[in-house]
Design a protein around this ligand. Structure first.
Ligand SMILES: [Zn+2]
Length: 80
């Protein structure tokens, strides 16, 4: 079974996902290390990474990846 991109857009909007502003899991995981580093070091979160933060509030799988990553980064230091 295959959908046209119009059908996919329709389905996505039905379930409340807008492709422009939402990351998918791959994109999230691609940026999650950068995001974690900003969080750890207290750096300003760039606008591009706000989408990662948003995704982590929605997606348990990526949140778990993020939590694991934070654990590792914290154990490595030197960020106090
Ligand atoms: Zn995800």
């Amino acid at each position: 079974m295959s959908f046209t991109s119009e059908q996919i857009d329709g389905l996505m909007s039905l379930i409340g996902i807008t492709r422009e502003s939402e990351l998918n899991c791959n994109e999230c995981l691609h940026h999650v290390a950068e995001f974690a580093e900003c969080e750890l070091t207290g750096k300003h979160i760039p606008e591009a990474l706000e989408a990662v933060r948003h995704h982590l509030t929605l997606c348990l799988e990526c949140k778990e990846e993020y939590d694991e990553l934070m654990k590792v980064l914290r154990s490595m230091g030197p960020a106090a």
